[in-house]
Design a protein around this ligand. Structure first.
Ligand SMILES: Cc1cc2nc3c(=O)[nH]c(=O)nc-3n(C[C@H](O)[C@H](O)[C@H](O)COP(=O)(O)OP(=O)(O)OC[C@H]3O[C@@H](n4cnc5c(N)ncnc54)[C@H](O)[C@@H]3O)c2cc1C
Length: 463
């Protein structure tokens, strides 16, 4: 990285001198224009950043030696972020305070640059670090303070903190926090289990039962299912993957009552602390030190493509058998069925943007991954065919989708700031149902020119 640039009148003069020199050279006018823009953008930042800011510790240009590694560091889907991607940001800014964020927004807007905000970089379509228009990344990697107040049972978490960092922070307390499975995104003993059954071992019948039982279990118990071709590739396997907020003994009693067909045994159950359960679900080998939760990069990131659905009526046995056929086609594909119900039903559909509540049985994530260098299109085609196959079994008008499993196949904004509400409704109604219009009206009030946008951002709607 270049030597630190501190905001000072001297720095402004140096930049002005560079500009004059460039303007006097006629042979490299486009390079000069780029540098002039860059200089003027940096000047803007330096004039607005708090005076003690060392620009080079916060702003990375494409010439910074650490630019590429910083760009890749939080990019969670490798296939979207190859080094040759044509959509590289012009700058990466890693603010540490609000004043730096405000300055970045003002200067970007003034210089016609788009902003992509990146917190953990898990966006399925890479929208936090890729863009077609000239842009910069506001990377919140340094913006990750966690302040836990055990007495008040609250935690303030800055946007750049990972779930792993939050879980680790909670480990020494008696508190837990229900969030995602992936920790790069306390509590007394909990019990976990993963029990797998192939089709020959009764998976089809069990899935028939699960669809009715799982969304209606007590709030303390969740059982999701991962469906995929077994390693032999000759059959499909359903892995029932569960968290229970209580002891193994109590769990066995609940299971005997609610889902005896699974045949859960004491030896299938593992009791552990809540924080260790977060590592269990994220696939850390048993005995991994908790400090692994603080690691923001995971080894072996796979390229992937995913999409989602919601189900309101149990899928018939015939439908399930058809699905097994699809899964057998692609050993790198899988489906994750996550039950709804419980606390999700306690909130009305219009209270938060997430609308898929009462009446929904479960959510499906359709997912496929592949190795570096493999033919990505083959896998993408397969997931599209799976999505098409399940159409008769999932919600319709609109067909629901989960925003966290973002999928640009569902539609995308075009025409830069002039996005159309009608076009965006195609995917917006899938994610937000009736809340989409309300969100667009809010957007119309706070950002009517649609400066903050991406391929699936909410378009402004003026009342
Ligand atoms: C390996 C993996 C596991 C996952 N597991 C789960 C799971 O178990 N459950 C689940 O629900 N989801 C899961 N997800 C999906 C994940 O929750 C979403 O992708 C989520 O948006 C990721 O947040 P992030 O900060 O890492 O993403 P980013 O890519 O940083 O951001 C996502 C979007 O939000 C915008 N954004 C980021 N920060 C801000 C900000 N501070 N202000 C405004 N906009 C911002 C970005 O520009 C982008 O459009 C998983 C994703 C991956 C890759």
């Amino acid at each position: 990285m270049a030597s630190p640039l501190t905001f000072s009148p001297t720095f402004s003069l140096q930049l002005s001198a560079v500009l004059l020199l460039l303007l006097s050279s006629s042979s490299s006018s486009s390079a000069a224009a780029t540098l002039i823009n860059e200089s003027s953008f940096l000047l803007c930042l330096s004039s607005k950043f708090p005076s003690a800011t060392h620009l080079s510790s916060v702003v990375y240009t494409q010439n910074s030696s650490s630019f590429d590694s910083l760009l890749q560091f939080s990019a969670q889907n490798p296939y979207l972020s190859t080094p040759s991607t044509p959509n590289k940001p012009l700058y990466i800014i890693t603010p540490v305070n609000e004043a730096q964020i405000q300055a970045s927004v003002i200067c970007s807007k003034r210089h016609g640059l788009q902003i992509r905000v990146r917190s953990g970089g898990h966006d399925y379509e890479g929208l936090s670090y890729l863009a077609l228009e000239p842009f910069l990344i506001l990377d919140l990697i340094e913006y990750r303070a966690i302040d836990i107040n055990v007495g008040e049972r609250t935690a303030w978490v800055q946007a750049g903190a990972t779930l792993g960092e939050l879980y680790y922070g909670l480990a020494s307390t008696s508190l837990g926090f229900p969030a995602g499975v992936c920790t790069t995104l306390g509590l007394g003993a909990v019990t976990v289990f993963t029990v797998s059954r192939t089709v020959e071992e009764g998976a089809t019948g069990l899935m028939g039962i699960w669809q009715n039982v799982a969304p209606r279990l007590p709030d303390e118990l969740v059982i999701r299912v991962i469906l995929q071709a077994a390693t032999t590739r000759s059959t499909v396997q359903a892995s029932f993957n569960s968290l229970y907020l209580g002891s193994a003994q109590d769990l066995l009693s609940v299971m005997k009552l609610r889902f005896p067909e699974l045949g859960l045994r004491a030896e299938d159950c593992q009791q552990m602390s809540w924080v260790d359960s977060t590592m269990y679900f994220d696939g850390f080998p048993s005995g991994t030190p908790r400090e692994a939760l603080l690691n923001r990069t995971k080894s072996g990131r796979n390229s992937f493509k995913a999409t989602s659905d919601f189900v309101v009526e149990p899928i018939s046995e015939e439908g399930l058998r058809g699905l097994w056929g699809k899964l057998l086609e692609e050993p790198r594909g899988l489906m994750i069925w996550e039950p709804l119900g419980g606390k999700i039903n306690a909130v009305s559909e219009t209270e938060t943007p997430f609308p898929h509540r009462r009446g929904n049985l479960y959510n499906i994530q359709h997912y496929v991954n592949w190795d570096a260098g493999a033919d990505a299109q083959r896998y993408i085609d397969w997931i599209r065919s799976l999505y098409s196959f399940v159409t008769p079994y999932v919600t319709r008008n609109p067909r629901g989708a989960y925003l966290n499993y973002k999928d640009l196949d569902l539609g995308r904004n075009i025409n830069g700031p002039n996005t159309s509400y009608e076009t965006a409704s195609v995917w917006g109604l899938k994610y937000f149902k009736g809340n989409f219009r309300r969100l667009a009206l809010v957007k119309g009030r706070v950002d009517k020119d649609n400066y903050f946008r991406n391929e699936q951002s909410i378009p402004p709607l003026l009342a």
